[in-house]
Design a protein around this ligand. Structure first.
Ligand SMILES: [Fe+2]
Ligand SMILES: [Fe+2]
Length: 181
């Protein structure tokens, strides 16, 4: 798979996780008991698949490649914004980890915090991936040569292998399990 197509495909997987997260949030908001296993599966998805697998490729490989190949003046500000948003998303995950235990035992403030974080995560992720899909990825496909794109593909593959074998199918299955409820 071409490297930019792979990133778009990862956005499709992330979009499914957004929908799972919205359902999970609605369930908690309705007053249901938080199911810890589902909670940790969702956090695993956002912290490993979204942050390490996906944001890792963008921050460590794609964004520097765009900036090094003439895109810095046009896309530098957008890239700074996207990196800042990745950090904000990671902050929500830290808050979700911290709120887990009290939220599981029914602490109202912790449950409210969880609802707020899940909501904020989704609200930031949706426009973030739209911006990348609409602006930055098409620009990257134009700016980067075939040789550079081949290098990206190789780097992406190596990063995925370092994270876990068959990382995409692992997290697709995890999401399917979460969708089954
Ligand atoms: Fe991103
Ligand atoms: Fe992305």
């Amino acid at each position: 798979m071409q490297p930019i197509e792979l990133l778009v495909e990862e956005h499709r997987i992330i979009a499914k996780a957004v929908s799972v997260t919205q359902d999970f949030r609605a369930e908690i908001q309705s007053g249901a008991h938080i199911r810890p296993k589902r909670y940790w599966m969702l956090i695993d998805f956002w912290s490993t698949f979204a942050d390490i697998v996906h944001h890792g490729k963008e921050e460590q490989v794609l964004f520097p490649a765009i900036e090094q190949h003439g895109g810095a003046s046009e896309f530098g500000d957008t890239i700074d914004q996207l990196v800042e948003e990745h950090m904000q998303l990671l902050g929500y995950i830290s808050d979700l980890r911290r709120s887990a235990k009290p939220a599981f035992t029914g602490d109202k403030a912790a449950r409210d915090k969880v609802i707020k974080c899940l909501d904020a995560y989704v609200k930031l992720t949706v426009p973030h991936i739209q911006l990348e899909d609409a602006e930055l990825f098409p620009a990257a496909a134009t700016i980067l040569s075939d040789k550079e794109l081949a290098r990206l593909a190789k780097e992406f593959k190596a990063m995925d292998t370092r994270t876990r074998p068959q990382v995409h199918s692992y997290y697709k299955t995890l999401l399917e399990n979460l969708m089954e409820k």
